[in-house]
Structures are given as structure tokens and as C-alpha cells.
Design a protein around this ligand. Structure first.
Ligand SMILES: *[C@@H]1O[C@H](CO)[C@@H](O)[C@H](O)[C@H]1NC(C)=O
Ligand SMILES: *[C@@H]1O[C@H](CO)[C@@H](O)[C@H](O)[C@H]1NC(C)=O
Ligand SMILES: *[C@@H]1O[C@H](CO)[C@@H](O)[C@H](O)[C@H]1NC(C)=O
Length: 351
């Protein structure tokens, strides 16, 4: 098992197994199911770890809404991480800015948009009534792009508003932004994938991609999607490659932007089990699975050290660091400097 992955999974597992006992709220009878964790210290590997409803009882709710939360995006760019930052501030959640999307379903299972929001200084503000997804790159910019029913928008951090971007007017359900280029990928409501360049003026259809349901880019600009059969694929200019080794007929799946520490690969949740999928077409089952009644409706794991989970119309924040002994290497990744985040990431990669 590669070290990076061990590191990230350790964070998740650390979160799971070190969760303090819930307080005696009326809900706590549920905690009896508790976390069933099989940790084999001798081998240094972990066995299955099941996330149960218990994790929702002891963590701060940072947002409470009226609709299901279906997407959380935590920008790793200068909105949240400043390379100029000199301090030694371990409370990186101090002012974390995140974006999230709400939607409901009608009786026939059709999506009803309920808005795209920004959460800033603890305050939620709706930016777009018909926003569906957001994308931010891992670079020095403060750029965040939104997909909406009538095209692409861009975040204006000064005014805290969304402004129209480029000339695209399609109804867009998914968006992804490459790092350090002007390339944006959009997934339209009719399940076509387009590459958008030249400041949103030029749109080219990627003909190899058929029937995509959700898209995601990893931190090495690898693009993934899954199709109507809920099977994931990797796509680049050479074409489309099926990712193998996943369950054949899942009921529900999600593509999740991974913690930054995994720089080559994405997370794929098939029913209640999390898999890592790679651009070489392989996949690996992780140690993580969810009780079906505890599955988050959205994940914001990007920063690695602060995790956001949406569950039953609320967003929960987990500071993984507060569960890790101070002075450990993981603690020392707590900084607002993106370059040191990267340094730590590559340290784990190559150590
Ligand atoms: C943990 O290991 C024990 C013994 O091998 C097994 O009976 C149990 O089902 C395991 N629990 C989980 C959650 O995998
Ligand atoms: C993103 O692009 C910048 C500029 O080219 C580069 O320095 C950085 O390493 C890239 N980030 C990742 C995660 O590849
Ligand atoms: C595919 O990529 C993953 C992650 O980089 C690596 O662990 C795995 O060994 C690779 N598999 C093959 C067959 O190349």
C-alpha cells in the first residue's frame, strides 16, 4: 500500500476511531452501533472501518439548510491558502471558504435546483438559484467557476457574488477546472462533455464520452466520469479508458474529489464502499465503507485535514488535526501556506 494512501486513510480512520463518545442527546441511542473498526497494529495495515451515524453527533454543524446538500467544494487555491502567509496558525479552518449546492427531487426523481451557496466567515449566502456544481483549481488564483442552468459563472471574491463567464449558455450539471491552464470541462444536462477554453469563448465537444453523469478532475489534471451504468472511466485526449475492478450493478455511485494528498487518482463511492480509481484504469477498494443510513449526501475532503460531510440537510466539519497528537507530522501540515501543503504532500509521496 503506498504511503500517501496510508496517510490519507489514516486520517479518515483516525477520525473514525478517535471520535469521542457522543453526548447524551436523545439521538445517542443510535451510537450503540458505534464504529466497528478492525485495526491490526502488527501489520501496520487497516482492515474494514465502517462509518456509522455516530460521527454526526459529536461534530460542529457549520450549516443547516432546508434542502438536501448534494455538493461541497473546498477551494485549495488562494481563497483558502496563501503562499505569503508567514504565521504558524494551526486553525486552518479559521476562515475556510467553501461552496455547496442544494437540491430536492420531485416524485419522479427529477432534480429541482435549490441554489448554490458560499459559506464564508460562517455565513451562508446564496449565489445562484440554478447553480449545480463548482470547480476551483489548485494554484495561486482565487478562481472558482460555477455551472448553472444557463451557463458558466465565476466567483467574485471581493463582492461575494457570481458573475457570468464566457459565452456558453447550455444547461450544465457538472464542471471541472484544470490546474494552471485555462481549460474548463463542462458536463451538460444532456450528458455531453465539452472542453471550454479562451476565457469561456470556445467550446469543443469530447465525442468519445457518451452519457456521462458526473465528472471530476484529480490534482494531476486527470479527468474521470461515470456513465448511466454507474461505471467509472478515465478520459484524456487519447480517448476513454474503463476503470476495472468495481462492482457491476451498484444502486448508487458518486465521484469524490480526493484529499489533496492523493494527487493521482480519485475517490469513487459504489453503494456503501469507497474505492480509489486511477488514470491507469485500475481501482482499489479502500478500508472505508458506510452504514447505508450514515452515508453523507456530499463530501468536502480536499484539504485533507478538515473534512466536511453533508448529512440530512446539514454540513458537519471535522478537524482531523484535533484528533491527532500535536507534534506529529500530520499536525505540522496545518498551515495556511499552500506550498508547504505541497511539500508535505510530496514528502509523504517519496518517503
Ligand atoms: C473485525 O474482525 C472480526 C474478527 O476477524 C470480525 O468478526 C468482524 O466482523 C470484523 N468487523 C468488521 C467491521 O469488519
Ligand atoms: C498547479 O500548477 C502550478 C503552476 O504550474 C504548479 O506549480 C503546481 O504544482 C500545480 N499543482 C499540482 C497539484 O499539480
Ligand atoms: C496504477 O496506478 C496506481 C496508482 O498510481 C498504482 O498503485 C498501480 O500499481 C498501477 N497499476 C498498474 C497495473 O500499473
Amino acid at each position: 500500500m503506498n504511503l500517501l494512501k496510508t496517510f490519507s486513510l489514516f486520517l479518515l480512520l483516525g477520525l473514525a476511531v478517535s471520535a469521542p463518545a457522543p453526548d447524551k442527546s436523545e439521538e445517542s441511542k443510535e451510537s450503540k452501533e458505534s464504529l466497528e473498526s478492525n485495526e491490526s497494529k502488527d501489520s501496520g495495515e487497516y482492515d474494514q472501518s465502517t462509518i456509522t451515524k455516530k460521527i454526526y453527533y459529536d461534530s460542529p454543524v457549520v450549516y443547516k439548510g432546508k434542502h438536501e446538500i448534494v455538493n461541497i467544494i473546498v477551494p485549495l487555491n488562494s481563497l483558502n491558502f496563501d503562499d505569503e502567509y508567514e504565521g504558524d496558525d494551526t486553525s486552518i479552518d479559521r476562515n475556510t471558504i467553501l461552496f455547496f449546492v442544494e437540491s430536492d427531487e420531485d416524485g419522479a426523481g427529477n432534480r429541482i435546483d435549490k441554489g448554490l451557496y458560499v459559506l464564508k466567515d460562517g455565513k451562508a449566502k446564496k449565489l445562484l438559484d440554478n447553480g449545480r456544481d463548482a470547480a476551483a483549481s489548485f494554484d495561486n488564483s482565487k478562481d472558482v467557476f460555477f455551472s448553472a442552468k444557463d451557463g458558466i459563472y465565476k466567483y467574485d471574491p471581493k463582492e461575494n457574488i457570481a458573475v457570468k463567464y464566457g459565452t456558453v449558455t447550455d444547461s450544465i450539471i457538472g464542471i471541472a477546472k484544470e490546474n494552471a491552464t485555462d481549460v474548463i470541462y463542462i458536463l451538460t444536462e444532456d450528458h455531453n462533455l465539452y472542453k471550454v477554453t479562451e476565457d469561456g469563448q470556445k467550446k469543443v465537444k469530447m465525442d468519445d464520452v457518451v452519457g456521462a453523469r458526473e465528472i471530476i478532475l484529480d490534482y494531476s489534471n486527470n479527468l474521470y466520469f461515470y456513465d448511466e451504468n454507474k461505471q467509472p472511466y478515465f478520459v484524456n485526449d487519447d480517448g476513454v479508458k474503463k476503470i476495472v475492478g468495481l462492482p457491476k450493478n451498484p444502486t448508487s455511485v458518486r465521484l469524490i474529489r480526493p484529499p489533496f494528498a492523493i494527487d493521482n487518482g480519485a475517490l469513487f463511492i459504489s453503494d456503501n464502499v469507497a474505492y480509489l480509481i486511477y488514470p491507469n484504469g485500475t481501482s482499489e477498494r479502500t478500508n472505508f465503507n458506510f452504514k447505508s443510513n450514515a452515508k453523507p449526501s456530499a463530501f468536502g475532503l480536499e484539504t485533507t485535514t478538515i473534512h466536511y460531510y453533508a448529512y440530512h440537510k446539514k454540513i458537519y466539519e471535522y478537524n482531523v488535526l484535533s484528533r491527532v497528537p500535536s507534534g506529529s507530522t500530520i499536525q505540522s501540515t496545518a498551515t495556511r501556506s499552500r506550498s508547504s501543503l505541497k511539500a508535505h504532500s510530496s514528502h509523504f509521496m517519496h518517503s
